[in-house]
Design a protein around this ligand. Structure first.
Ligand SMILES: [Fe+2]
Ligand SMILES: [Fe+2]
Length: 283
């Protein structure tokens, strides 16, 4: 792949776009004076989005006892950040059609993996650094979108990398290093930047396969969650153990890794319920 790869991306006319509401909400949250009332009114202008958010907050995913019936209450209960991330997540998933048939990439499996990484990342952040929780959920959900761009718009490149990974028994990202000048993490970050998503999300996507750096804690969390989702399978007795490949985990995540058999199986139910809400067929 040529170094002018990003120019090629820019030339793709039908590159997925995000609805205006995402930009509006992001813009509003940069203004410290924005009120819950103002934010709710903007979300309510997009009926489909408002319905989806109410479904999401009332699902077992958030686990509230009483029913939340208005966007205003959803904003007050969940907070601005979580609502912003819900708007971004739902919009991005919608912009990539769930029904699309891509060679070598099953889109349902792709989003299932992404939701699993999102939920595990959020759990790790909740217990390691709560300020990163909502960024980690959304960044976990979007971490591999660069793969979708490759599979959809550069199918020959994708096929080459995929075959190299299968034939050599290596990971996709290692195969990319051999075949490509850029990898899916950089491509995803480039797209997130084009979409004007908040910088912490862009960075978390860009560095999710990079060596651990204390400047990018969210990326480290996503990296570990990704490894767990890809390698942590139940043993014949149905118990989850820490996978042997996870030795270089940064110190701030070690306590969670040590207690993995206690919490990891529990999150499998949460992943299934998130898949139901986020991936339900759209009309
Ligand atoms: Fe990745
Ligand atoms: Fe991944």
């Amino acid at each position: 792949m040529k170094p002018d790869f990003f120019k090629q991306i820019d030339r793709i006319r039908e590159l997925p776009t995000l609805p205006a509401i995402v930009f509006k909400v992001n813009q509003m949250l940069q203004n410290l004076e924005t009120t819950a009332d103002q934010l709710s009114r903007v979300i309510e202008t997009d009926q489909a989005m408002a319905v989806k958010i109410l479904k999401l907050v009332n699902s077992s995913f958030y686990g509230f006892q009483s029913k939340i019936s208005s966007i205003n209450s959803a904003v007050l209960i969940l907070g601005f950040n979580t609502i912003q991330h819900a708007v971004v997540s739902l919009s991005v998933m919608k912009s990539f059609s769930l029904k699309k048939n891509l060679k070598r990439l099953n889109i349902q499996d792709f989003w299932h993996h992404s939701l699993a990484v999102a939920i595990i990342s959020k759990y790790l952040a909740d217990h390691a650094d709560k300020t990163l929780s909502s960024d980690c959920f959304t960044a976990g959900l979007l971490h591999d979108i660069g793969k979708l761009i490759l599979a959809e718009y550069f199918p020959e490149e994708f096929e080459k990398i995929w075959l190299r990974a299968v034939e050599s028994g290596i990971s996709f990202v290692d195969a990319e290093k051999m075949e490509n000048d850029v990898n899916h993490a950089e491509i995803g970050a480039y797209l997130a930047e084009k979409w004007l998503l908040p910088q912490p999300l862009v960075d978390a996507i860009r560095y999710h396969h990079s060596a651990f750096s204390s400047d990018h804690l969210a990326s480290a969390i996503i990296n570990v969650a990704d490894l767990l989702v890809n390698t942590c399978q139940p043993n014949p007795e149905g118990r989850f153990e820490q996978p042997p490949g996870l030795l270089d985990v940064p110190a701030f995540l070690q306590p969670q890794l040590q207690t993995l058999p206690e919490w990891y199986p529990r999150l499998q139910g949460e992943i299934a319920s998130a898949c139901q809400v986020f991936m339900e067929p759209r009309n």
